[in-house]
Ligand binder design. Structure first.
Ligand SMILES: [Cu+2]
Length: 264
């Protein structure tokens, strides 16, 4: 079992990557919270400088998802663990039982961990992130520019009825320096994490209901027999040429649930 040293009341900055091929994580630190700083590499402060962090008891992290958060060590003598809660991946999904990922250990008094931590804290860059205000409200009110529909059968996995082919033409194109409203529809009886390369998007509604915590991501869980609405930000001038979007369960991606997008 992996162990993580964390002294009582010590604050640490954690970066967690779900690098598994097909395992959902619903992360929880026993009795503690995550103070979220960034999701999928995007600092919360970038779009919401007045709300640079958000506190949560647990967080669903799909394959490819990344969490950066501040955690605080539980009180002295407490045994606790970093665990994933059971995730309901749907009637056709794989089991995702609860599991301990790592035990927290409280270092002995001889180990000057807190000194290391305080030195690291001084190295943090406190300059405010470059703020780029975006008015997403008009985009939310428009019909989707594009609908991505996930389906599957005994022969494979599909986006808009098509299996990925290396020589296929792009399913979609997007002008760089634009925003688009997409709806990701999951018509199957299992979860699929939608992932796109080079781009972040604001996930703001699930099954047409506004999310309590809209978030800028590049990987989002799409509920089974449900949908997610997103606003994609294609304004970064480094976005270039042919790219892909796909389900990030690797078995699904490999069996066809991927498509090309051309950035123009
Ligand atoms: Cu999938």
């Amino acid at each position: 079992m992996t162990t993580l040293p964390l002294a009582p009341n010590e604050r640490q900055f954690w970066r967690i990557v779900n690098a598994s091929a097909d395992r959902y994580l619903d992360l929880q630190l026993d009795g503690q919270t995550f103070e979220i700083v960034a999701l999928d590499g995007m600092p919360l402060a970038y779009h919401e400088p007045k709300s640079p962090t958000r506190i949560t008891n647990h967080l669903l992290l799909a394959p490819a998802g990344r969490l950066e958060a501040i955690v605080t060590g539980p009180g002295p003598g407490t045994h606790s663990a970093l665990r994933t809660l059971c995730v309901d991946t749907g009637p056709d999904g794989d089991p995702n039982p609860e599991m301990v990922l790592a035990d927290l250990v409280q270092p002995g008094s001889g180990q000057p961990l807190s000194h290391v931590a305080s030195k690291q804290a001084h190295a943090v860059d406190h300059r405010p992130p470059v703020y780029k205000p975006i008015d997403v409200e008009p985009l939310k009110k428009t019909a989707p520019d594009f609908i991505v529909t996930f389906t599957e059968d005994k022969n494979g996995f599909y986006i808009n009825g098509r299996k990925f082919a290396p020589d296929a033409s792009p399913m979609m194109s997007a002008r760089v320096v634009s925003y688009q409203h997409w709806r990701i529809v999951n018509q199957t009886a299992e979860l699929h994490p939608f992932h796109i390369h080079q781009v972040h998007f604001l996930a703001y509604a699930e099954n047409a209901v506004p999310l309590a915590h809209p978030a800028w991501l590049d990987t989002v869980n799409v509920p089974y027999r449900g949908s997610i609405d997103v606003i994609l930000d294609f304004t970064d001038p480094v976005i270039k040429s042919m790219s892909v979007f796909h389900c990030h369960l690797l078995n699904h991606e490999d069996k066809g649930m991927m498509a090309k997008i051309l950035f123009k």
